[in-house]
Write a protein that binds this ligand. Sequence first.
Ligand SMILES: [Zn+2]
Length: 390
Amino acid sequence: MKKTILPLLLAALMLAHGTAGAWGFFGHRTITQVAVYELPSSLQAFYYRHMGDLVRQSTAPDERRNDDPTEAPKHYIDMDHYSEDNPFGKMPRQYDKAAEKFKPDTLKKYGTVPWVVMEVKDNLTEAFRQRDTTAIIKYSAELSHYVGDAFVPLHTTINYDGQLTDQKGLHSLWESQLPERFINDYKLVGEPAKYVKDPLAAIWEVIQQSYGFLGETFDRATKIEKTMKPDVRFTFSHRYGKTSRRYSDAFADAYEKEVGGMVDYRLKGAPTLVSSLWLTAWQDAGKPDLNALMTPSKPTKEEKEKLSTELSAWKKNTLAQDQLLLAQQKVKKVETADEIKSAKEMAEPAATEAPEGVPASAPAPTPATDKVKVKTKGKDGSEKVKLKGE
Ligand SMILES: [Zn+2]
């Protein structure tokens, strides 16, 4: 029996992984864990008690994408669809006004992440009002997911995987390969949580910043392409008769030098907004006593010690080195694909794993909002890509 079930299980696991959205599982789980460290003590003991579930459930929205056709557009918003020059000037922030101007079907097609963040935040507020622990964990984890997605530049463009600029694979390079490879170098200490007066404005600001990083995200890759030969740029892997292509470690190393600062900046920024929105929902619900929801109602000695070890590692930026990131504690390594290090040995295959997250990059965290690579339609209806601002 085992012989027949195991490959199916492995296939299912890999299928789930292959369709991971922004940040990959590693990034989402890290964002969620760090968000707990940024909470005030009135919330921290409760959240820390449920850390394992929170972190695990933070990837649930990506895991259900295969089964739920309505899920995918909740993770992004393709701003450049609405305008090449000034999408943020044209898009109403409120959902009702946006739907009136662009039609609900259009919004659904090009992504709804800012409004999904608002919806999940409202659900979380209600869960706090109901004192419903299961719902509080679920919506806190999912809020972390969607907020995390909004921090990824490639989640704000129709060219989400570099597919329109001959850079297919950029998405998972930015959001998975770089964080997983360079987490030891990244700084994860952000600002403590604070009450957010206008959550809708806050999430739109994040999206606008993400969009501002797109120019660098694409251009820095182009810069490397100029000096790195195509046959060292990619790695091909074969699984179950399918071949997929990803950027090579050599390319990842070069890209990290160009945009690692940007990836770190976004990875570090997300937990602050996540924890702030948790705090906001709790406060809006009338600050329910979370200790009353815990059994035992106070943190145990062991919890206290463990949390204090983690907090000090977090402040020293040694969480990754000390193996304290839950995202590092892999369930099981599924299977090593047999990799061909060079593209020379085979003709270019169609990539099979389409990521749908959003990455960005730049060593200096300065969004360049006036220069964004976008896809435009030519007069004859053909699609071409140009640099905005040129
Ligand atoms: Zn996602």
